[in-house]
Design a binder for this molecule. Structure first.
Ligand code: DGL
Length: 263
């Protein structure tokens, strides 16, 4: 029975993994991350397309993959059409939830927090044009916040002062904030604490999990047996020495950690 391949540059995709494994606890998962090229938000477009396509194609050749989830806004807003030409497995992309934020907003002032690459993508402009043309959209890019998500998962303390500074343009200015990077939901409780009750903090994780569920049902690949599946972790740079990260991955049920030979 096919696995769900969840792909990101780092640990951000784990925010999507958590949603998927909540509604599909029996489905085997491969969590692959390109930590050798992290952060993607600072990478050239051509390099990003080539890396993501090469890695995903190689993993799909080696493993039985039922659905690919690019759990990375920075990659999804660029590589989806290219990748879909290369593989026959369905590909689900994670892109900023602009539509949900615009629908939810009463003040029609919404925020988008994402990586530098996602903020400048044509895809993002198009999303705003299509679904939030009636909104004032405040945008901010931050690689520091991506790094903060990585640090939190390794048990390191959060720099609240820096987080406050990153969120300043949104505080009391917008009533919905889109977390347009999968690393950011890892910091959701800290973000909500700073922005307060008056601002809805939105990400795409649950919607992605539901989409994966329906694709697995459609292709009769949804696993229902009552035993725990094996989840693999593949990384492009070694993570064996990173004790805190390994501990966290194991706690999340991702126990078979390997350096992939494909990257
Ligand atoms: N987690 C990724 C995203 O959703 C990429 C972060 C990065 O590597 O810059 O955009």
């Amino acid at each position: 029975m096919g696995s769900v391949l969840i792909f990101d540059s780092g640990v951000g995709g784990l925010s999507v993994y958590l949603e998927i494994s909540t509604i599909l606890p029996q489905q085997p998962v491969i969590y692959a991350f390109d930590n050798a090229a992290f952060p993607y938000g600072e990478l050239d477009d051509e390099v990003l397309v080539e890396r993501v396509c090469n890695m995903i194609c190689a993993i799909c050749k080696e493993y039985d993959v039922a659905v690919v989830v690019i759990a990375c806004n920075t990659a999804s807003t660029l590589v989806l059409p290219v990748l879909r030409e290369l593989i026959s497995v369905p590909v689900v992309g994670v892109v900023p939830a602009i539509k949900s934020a615009a629908r939810l907003s009463k003040t029609k002032k919404i925020g988008l927090l994402a990586t530098p690459a996602t903020i400048k993508r044509e895809y993002t402009r198009q999303l705003i044009g299509d679904f939030a043309s009636d909104c004032d959209v405040k945008m901010r890019s931050s690689t520091a916040l991506v790094e903060m998500g990585e640090a939190k998962l390794r048990g390191r303390p959060i720099n609240k002062e820096l987080l406050n500074e990153i969120l300043r343009p949104f505080k009391d200015e917008v009533d919905s904030l889109v977390l347009g990077c999968t690393h950011f939901p890892l910091l959701k409780s800290e973000i909500v604490e700073i922005l307060g009750e008056g601002c809805a903090v939105i990400d795409s994780g649950k919607a992605i999990a539901n989409r994966v569920d329906s694709l697995l049902l459609e292709s009769s690949q949804k696993k229902e047996q009552a035993h725990l599946p094996q989840h693999y972790v593949l990384s492009s740079a070694p993570v064996h020495e990173e004790e805190a990260l390994n501990k966290e991955l194991i706690q999340l049920g991702l126990s078979l950690i390997q350096r992939t030979p494909f990257f």
